[in-house]
Unconditional design. Structure first.
Length: 75
């Protein structure tokens, strides 16, 4: 089946894919971080000597989208 998507539709899809990839990576890092830290016995608050992974910025998502788009664009 041939798709007749215009450039804007393709970029929108790629941006969504990039956001999904970046958020999945963040969620995996966050999950691993949470499971590797102890909790306070009374409050349940996470106790960690390591910093939590940083929430992705829009720049992180755009950087990933640019990598994906360059593949599609063939550059």
């Amino acid at each position: 089946m041939v798709s007749n998507k215009n450039a804007y539709e393709i970029r929108t899809e790629i941006l969504g894919m990039a956001q999904g990839f970046v958020m999945e990576k963040f969620n995996n890092l966050r999950s691993n971080w949470e499971s590797s830290t102890s909790r306070h016995p009374e409050t349940g608050q996470l106790l960690s000597t390591k910093d939590a992974p940083e929430y992705p910025s829009s720049d992180d998502i755009l950087h990933e989208a640019e990598k994906l788009y360059s593949f599609v664009d063939g550059k």
